[in-house]
Design a protein around this ligand. Structure first.
Ligand code: PDD
Length: 284
């Protein structure tokens, strides 16, 4: 079945979906995106994704192409048309087409594209095995709080990690871990504290991160929001990453150092189960 994708008001087969070569998303990476997970045909943490999208757009002065209600209707229509029960919906808004110029127009016509991708999110082989991560310098720009489509730096970090035999990279800046290439990074210290970096312009304000932090608090677990060092990461009892595409996924090796017995740890496993249980219950 050919996927049906959404482009600027139309639902079209993927082979017919087109965007202008003058689109500033193509020429300047002048655009933002969101990825919302779908389980049981329903949207997970959707309100959070809408709120973050609005913030990303406003930080870049890109007008919202349609209302939140219309965005929700488009998400639902794509789930229906593509018979998606488990996977992702990718959404991208760019500043739209214009003659190539570093100065942008005051009244741009933004481009809006959405498509679905099937993915086994709950029965994930990677989550069962646990990830290995390599540490790489964070060479990204300084507004990582804006979810822009300029993803070459994290892509390069992930490829460098792969070349070392790891699954993914955690990026390091000024002696501290910032985050994963497409996820937020967490460790559990030897004395049981769960640590993830505090919010700032240095990391993406993960929607899954916020939900997992609240779930951990509900379970009576202590969460410290602060930067941690590569040494702390290598010495951690366990570790995990969070993202819409991977929920909570255990990390079992950091920079060649195996954590604990090299198997997904109890805290990560418990948080993954609790996250999936809540996502199923609250998905809309
Ligand atoms: N990435 N940090 C970075 C750099 C990310 O790219 C992502 C998500 C996250 C986690 O955010 P959230 O929990 O809201 O998904 C953190 C998406 C999934 C991607 O690029 O595919």
């Amino acid at each position: 079945m050919a996927r049906i994708v959404y482009v600027d008001g139309a639902y079209v087969p993927e082979a017919e979906a087109k965007v202008s070569v003058f689109d500033r998303g193509f020429l300047f990476a002048d655009g933002v995106y969101e990825v919302t997970s779908v389980i049981d045909g329903k949207l997970v943490d959707f309100a959070g994704h809408l709120t973050r999208l609005a913030r990303s757009l406003s930080e870049l002065q890109i007008p919202a192409p349609v209302s939140d209600a219309e965005l929700e209707a488009i998400h639902r229509e794509l789930v229906t048309r593509n018979e998606l029960t488990e996977g992702l919906i990718y959404l991208q808004v760019t500043r739209g087409p214009a003659d190539r110029d570093f100065v942008w127009l005051d009244d741009p016509t933004p481009t809006l594209v959405l498509f679905t991708q099937e993915k086994a999110l709950i029965d994930s082989p990677l989550a069962a095995r646990g990830l290995s991560v390599a540490l790489m310098p964070d060479i990204r720009w300084q507004r990582r709080d804006i979810k822009t489509v300029q993803l070459l730096a994290p892509s390069m970090a992930k490829m460098a990690a792969r070349a070392e035999g790891a699954d993914d990279a955690w990026m390091v800046e000024d002696g501290h871990v910032t985050e994963g290439t497409s996820n937020n990074a967490w460790i559990v210290t030897a004395d049981g504290a769960i640590v993830t970096r505090h919010l700032s312009n240095s990391i993406l304000h993960g929607i899954t991160r916020a939900t997992v932090r609240d779930i951990a608090a509900d379970l009576g677990l202590s969460v410290e929001e602060r930067a941690f060092t590569p040494d702390e990461a290598r010495a951690a009892a366990e570790a995990f990453v969070t993202a819409a595409t991977s929920f909570v996924t255990p990390v079992v090796k950091i920079d060649g150092q195996q954590l604990g017995d090299g198997k997904p740890g109890p805290v990560a496993t418990r948080l993954r189960e609790a996250y999936i249980e809540q996502a199923r219950r609250l998905a809309v």
